[in-house]
Design a protein around this ligand. Structure first.
Ligand SMILES: [Zn+2]
Length: 64
């Protein structure tokens, strides 16, 4: 699973939820240098929304 964790060399978004009874965990690394992790379904959802709104593909929309 460690291979799926984003790194500065391989930026991206990774969310893991091994089972319905386990809180989700997520990590994001952006090519701009931003990175964050979250644990818990709501926290991970907020992390993903923040990343997609401000990083990753959003950089292309703003031309940066
Ligand atoms: Zn970024």
């Amino acid at each position: 699973m460690a291979d799926l964790t984003p790194t500065p060399d391989r930026p991206g978004l990774h969310v893991s939820k091994p089972s319905p009874n386990t809180p989700a965990t997520g990590s994001v690394v952006c090519h701009c240098g931003a990175k964050a992790t979250a644990t818990g379904d709501n926290q991970v959802r907020a992390l993903v929304e923040g990343y997609t709104a401000n990083h990753g593909p959003a950089h292309n929309r703003t031309g940066r």
